[in-house]
Ligand binder design. Structure first.
Ligand code: DX5
Ligand code: ZN
Length: 221
């Protein structure tokens, strides 16, 4: 599969001028924006909700990639659909019913993603693969930007790609999230990832066009 996307995570952006921040990465050529939603329960941090998604929806046409790090995501899925999300990803660990949650997202006409933490295996992949468009493999423990990629997650990406192909779902996008930078992006790409979330590697640099170009170059090397 040839799809590769850099998805800047606005978690590392300046929330005081969010429109300008998002515009800077759209101008740099990104057409996916990663939105990290945290509830203070599933992860020890609180961020943003549907209001931010709908505000961005009004201003930008790019793909709004919503990563729900919240417990019992089913209850909030309708609000994020209404807000104008394009992709909604739920955590397997956050619900007793990941299958039903994925179905809810898809039946709303959106692309459905399943996220797994670094400590979670791929055992349920064969049972959930029929309901998903994207598999988000966390490459750090969720909750904060600016962490270091956990090396063991790279072989998980490779194993997930192999299994998806065997299951006849080589079309499922693999997204990697956490610690993606110029040094790490190539190895996760080689392992089979397509969508590369980058928070600090993009927003901690004042020149966003240069930051995105560096990641794209490292990916292609
Ligand atoms: C972490 C979030 C990530 C985060 C990545 O829980 O899901 O999307 O923004 O940040 P970096 O790229 O700085 O590791
Ligand atoms: Zn994320």
């Amino acid at each position: 599969m040839n799809v590769t996307k850099i998805a800047p995570s606005i978690l590392s952006a300046d929330f005081g001028c969010l429109e300008k921040e998002v515009a800077s990465v759209v101008d740099a050529g990104c057409d996916w924006i990663h939105i990290d939603v945290m509830d203070g329960h599933f992860v020890p941090n609180i961020t943003m909700g549907p209001l931010v998604v709908s505000a961005l929806r009004r201003r930008f046409r790019c793909t709004l990639d919503v990563h729900l790090m919240i417990e019992k995501p089913e209850s909030m899925i309708p609000s994020f659909v209404e807000a104008g999300a394009d992709v909604i990803t739920i955590h397997q660990e956050a619900t007793h019913h990941p299958h039903r949650a994925l179905q809810m997202i898809r039946s709303s006409g959106l692309r459905a993603g399943l996220a797994i933490n670094p400590g979670t295996g791929l055992d349920s992949l064969p049972y959930l693969v029929g309901e998903m468009d994207l598999l988000l493999i966390m490459t750090v423990n969720p909750g904060f930007g600016g962490q270091t990629l956990i090396p063991a997650t790279v072989s998980k990406v490779a194993s997930a790609r192999r299994q998806l192909v065997e299951l006849g779902r080589g079309d499922v996008l693999i997204e990697v999230d956490g610690g993606i930078n110029e040094q790490t992006i190539r190895e996760v790409y080689e392992a089979g990832a397509n969508v590369f979330v980058a928070g600090s590697a993009v927003f901690d640099h004042s020149d966003r066009t240069d930051a995105v170009a560096r990641l794209t170059k490292a990916l292609a090397m």
